[in-house]
Design a protein around this ligand. Structure first.
Ligand SMILES: NC(=O)c1ccc[n+]([C@@H]2O[C@H](COP(=O)([O-])OP(=O)(O)OC[C@H]3O[C@@H](n4cnc5c(N)ncnc54)[C@H](OP(=O)(O)O)[C@@H]3O)[C@@H](O)[C@H]2O)c1
Length: 268
């Protein structure tokens, strides 16, 4: 399917790995210039180098922590300075925080809120004037299935996901008149480093029966429990949805959170 975004410019945060990197690949395959952002410089440069191997790829990178107060301006300025406009914003940077209310600290809450929610608000605010100028824009916010189907073992992440869904709806209503569509993806269990780094250590502590399994086997086990399709999703499967929502082929979906969870969103 031609996504009708050839020649457009996208920013994808958290695009040095996992879902963000897969989203950048989808855009490049559709002749979109992409600015990728993440913190770790060597991983970011490696991702940029790999992306530039795609034929005709236009890629720029910026090493930045999205939770920094000036990050949104820096990222948007990079897109404008390098490619001259900004049409598509994918707010993807972040991670999960495993644990309930009682085990989470003040610092966990403050840090996760800054990375997932405050950065999203600032990036939308910085990007929208450029989209308004062209009377065209697409914003895709990475949320989680916990926004509508909370798991108390992921308290902080899932409270923030509900806020992201609400931000998405409210902003979509505000900017619909400007030709800007804003959507979120309610991601379920997707196999990326996020699991190994942020969730599997906590799962192991509470599930001693999984001790003999590798990280991949623990993820398979948990995914089979959580997910009706019986497996974790792939970054590529999420990227395909993000690419559609961020494209010209999407003209009529806005304010929605598309649940991509292998059937784990059990509510109607
Ligand atoms: N995988 C899942 O099952 C799942 C489920 C629900 C929601 N999600 C959400 O989907 C998004 C992508 O997750 P993923 O699974 O692809 O994770 P991942 O493989 O761990 O990749 C995360 C990316 O975000 C970057 N990042 C993290 N914190 C950042 C910060 N403060 N500033 C800038 N960049 C930052 C990382 O690079 P650096 O570390 O170098 O900065 C990396 O590029 C996240 O927001 C996550 O919460 C994932």
């Amino acid at each position: 399917m031609d996504l009708e975004i050839s020649g457009r410019v996208a920013v994808v945060t958290g695009a040095s790995a996992g879902i963000g990197l897969a989203v950048a690949q989808e855009f490049l395959a559709n002749n979109v210039a992409v600015v990728i952002a993440a913190r770790d410089v060597s991983r970011l440069r490696a991702a940029e180098t790999a992306l530039l191997e795609q034929r005709g790829a236009k890629v720029a990178s910026i090493a930045v922590d999205v939770s920094a107060p000036d990050a949104a301006e820096l990222i948007v300025d990079k897109a404008i300075a390098t490619f001259g406009s900004l049409d598509i914003l994918v707010n993807n940077a972040g991670r999960a925080h495993a644990g309930g209310l009682m085990s989470s600290t003040e610092e966990d809450w403050t840090e996760m809120t800054a990375v997932k929610l405050t950065s999203m608000r600032r990036l939308c605010k910085a990007a929208i004037p450029h989209m308004q100028k062209n009377r065209w824009g697409r914003i895709v916010n990475m949320s989680s299935i916990g926004g509508i189907y909370p798991n108390p073992k992921l308290f902080v992440s899932h409270v923030l996901s509900a806020a992201i869904n609400n931000l998405t709806k409210s902003l979509a209503l505000e900017v619909a008149k400007d030709g800007i569509l804003v959507n979120a993806i309610g991601i379920g269990a997707v196999a990326t480093d996020n699991w190994a780094n942020n969730m599997i250590p906590t799962v192991r502590r509470s599930r001693p029966e999984l001790a003999g399994l590798s990280d991949d086997e623990v993820l398979s086990h948990i995914s089979a429990e959580l997910t009706p399709v019986g497996r974790a999703g792939s970054a590529r499967e999420i990227a395909a949805i993000a690419a559609f929502l961020g494209s010209g082929r999407n003209g009529f979906v806005t304010g929605d959170t598309i649940e991509a969870s292998g059937g784990a969103d059990r509510f109607m």
